[in-house]
Design a protein around this ligand. Structure first.
Ligand SMILES: C[S@@+](CC[C@H](N)C(=O)[O-])C[C@H]1O[C@@H](n2cnc3c(N)ncnc32)[C@H](O)[C@@H]1O
Length: 211
């Protein structure tokens, strides 16, 4: 596991709700606090499909990784990993191809606290966890390069992540910087919340997340 030397001590703020822990609650996990559950329940009053969205998103990840593996991909860079929920990406990839190499990355200390569950690789493959922020793609690339071979195809996954970045963060540039470094034959797997079906509800939910 690698992280900034300055942030070696894991500090988890349980006084404020956090998206990773709310997502864990939506998925029926136990790695969340009352403050997360309360906020998640409030969101369900705005859009009752919150739980379904989390589950459907997770199912998409499962299908995408199985598809990628069947199409020969053996390297994965997953940014915005979330609190481990089985099966995790590496378990799907390595069940199909044990030699698969996976680098996970998240900026939330609670994910770091649970990262050991992400590191149970097959002996033939590798899994690594990087504590880093998506807004620092250079750092992600540098650290991922110690595990992944950027001369060979890599699947970059950014699942249910980019809606947490503001316009000022330059999501498009971040994706471009990462994608630019990928070899031909690589893939981008991306999912994103949309307000298309319920603009009013989505606007309310965005306000609640921001608050
Ligand atoms: C909704 S979860 C998605 C988890 C997983 N990718 C999935 O689709 O099942 C979003 C994750 O993105 C992480 N995240 C949010 N902003 C981030 C940032 N700037 N850098 C890295 N991770 C971030 C959160 O900590 C959280 O774990």
């Amino acid at each position: 596991m690698t992280q900034d030397p300055a942030s070696r001590e894991i500090r988890i703020d349980t006084s404020k709700p956090h998206p990773a822990r709310m997502y864990d609650w939506f998925l029926g996990g136990k790695d969340n606090y009352p403050v997360d559950e309360e906020m998640a329940r409030q969101l369900l009053t705005v859009d009752a499909r919150g739980r379904d969205m989390a589950r459907v998103n997770r199912a998409f990840m499962h299908r995408a990784i199985r598809w990628l593996s069947a199409h020969g991909v053996r390297q994965y860079l997953d940014v915005g990993t979330g609190i481990p929920t089985e099966p995790n990406l590496h378990q799907i990839a390595q069940a199909a191809a044990p030699e698969s190499r996976i680098v996970y990355c998240d900026n939330d200390p609670i994910v770091l606290a649970h990262a050991a569950a992400l590191l149970r690789s097959t002996p033939e493959g590798a899994t690594e966890y990087i504590q880093a922020d998506a807004r620092d793609p250079e750092m992600i690339l540098e650290r991922a390069g110690k595990v992944l071979d950027f001369d060979k195809p890599i699947a970059l996954s950014m699942l249910a992540l980019l809606h947490f970045l503001g316009d000022e963060d330059g999501a498009q540039d971040i994706v471009a910087k990462l994608v630019d470094q990928l070899a031909p034959g690589s893939y981008l797997v991306l999912s994103h919340v949309t307000g298309d079906f319920d603009p009013e509800g989505a606007a309310k939910a965005v306000g609640m997340y921001k608050a």
